[in-house]
Design a protein around this ligand. Sequence first.
Ligand SMILES: Nc1ncnc2c1ncn2[C@@H]1O[C@H](COP(=O)(O)OP(=O)(O)OP(=O)(O)O)[C@@H](O)[C@H]1O
Ligand SMILES: [Mg+2]
Length: 497
Amino acid sequence: MENILEIKNISKKFGDSKVLDKVCLKIHKGEIHALCGENGAGKSTLMNIVSGVIKRDEGEVILDGEAVKFNSTRESVFKGIAFVHQELALCQHLTVAENMWMWSIPNKMGIINHKELYRKTEKILENFQADFKAADKVEDLSVAQQQVAEIAKALSLDAKLIILDEPTSSITDSEAENLFRVVRSLKQKGIGIVYISHRMNEVFSLCDRVTILRDGQVVLTAKTAEISQEKVISSMVGREISEFYPPKASDKEDGEELLRAEHFTGDGFNDISFQVKKGKILGFSGLVGAGRSEVMKALCGISGYKSGDLYFKGKKIHNKSYRDAIAHKICYLTEDRKKNGIFLSMSVKKNVSAAVLNKLTKRGVINDNLENKNADEQIERMKVKTSSRYQLIGSLSGGNQQKAMIGKWMAVNPEIIIMDEPTRGIDVGAKSEIHFMLRELCNQGIGVILISSEMPEIIGLSDEVVVMHEGKCMGMVTGEDITEDNLILLASGHKLA
Ligand SMILES: Nc1ncnc2c1ncn2[C@@H]1O[C@H](COP(=O)(O)OP(=O)(O)OP(=O)(O)O)[C@@H](O)[C@H]1O
Ligand SMILES: [Mg+2]
């Protein structure tokens, strides 16, 4: 097999911590190669080195037979590397087409040929059956649409090597199917593909081989046809995981009502009623775009609602701003951590303090000792992998950023916590830790609302599930009735028999 990429003994340190340790990896022409590993294992860092985003300390990179050392992403693009980054990185104020052709905008003597630009872009978007246009501004797209645009952008480059870092974390199943179709056709053309994912089903259905990184070292490379899922997982986390989900709340005790929404109606949702109970996890299921996040934003005062009532412990409330919601100890962990709530260029400490500054302030001044104590507590509780409380949160791995953000809201001591896709981009080990932690919070008397597009997560965790379809509540299932068949039926707009 001819290699498109050969990585030889790459090492990298950040400060004192060794993030990559003599990593070797070969990617064949015409193969899809999964790169797996826990959050912080070094997957993105390795690919950032290959594509010139950051510099290596040691080692060699050989691209299509030629030793290369890129000083910028631009250089690697022109040598045939396309990289879809884990965090969305499109220019918000430009159109989809302008983003897509950033590297080579069609022009005549410096004047952009917009007609040509849009025509070429529409052709590519068609291949993805995208539901947005080349002339749309990126800032007007949903997270899912942006991810599709970003993938389309990379695939439009005439690349020899394509790196996809968690490409399906926020797109719908049908968009993912389109992606898989396109990726398979690129493989047929002899292109090498590195596919970073925490989703085992994608690793096994799409990829030919898998390499596992643990603490910056390669522990294993194997053909996916010759290795079991259990083996991949245990190599990643260094232990067997037998239970991914904690036991559910007991049926006998009907938890005290914490929050009740009645006939909640607003932009994107209509006549939604539900109850959040103490000690229970209420799942919200449905397709991406069903209106689940809109309901939560309205409930928390982030956006308004037109009619309906909200009761907190039996008392009518109206959260006019998110501040009101926090005052009622209702916290909302949004699905898009980059847009809301996270300050990438600030430390972990500052980020986890942001929601509780009033508690950490003495006579109008933030007390450093209290702030440190709070930061360390949340880092410890959430098992955030960070060099210290002072590390910039933007330099943590994706999954660890997410854990820190959950810590931020835990500091509020919420009575109700709303988690919108809380384990997106989180490795299987940390994911099960978060699941157990959510149940533990419930057992301590908190009510949890869980929005998740991952069916196994909803089924494995929820005590009750509300299913939404096109802004409406299709039904509510509990206990034994929380099955994949029932949820799919309701999510696609049918009633249960
Ligand atoms: N710029 C940086 N400064 C300091 N440390 C960094 C920087 N970038 C990455 N790291 C550290 O390097 C380690 C590897 O991070 P990396 O992002 O490569 O992990 P990953 O395998 O991609 O994880 P995830 O699955 O969460 O995306 C982490 O411990 C991270 O904190
Ligand atoms: Mg990563």
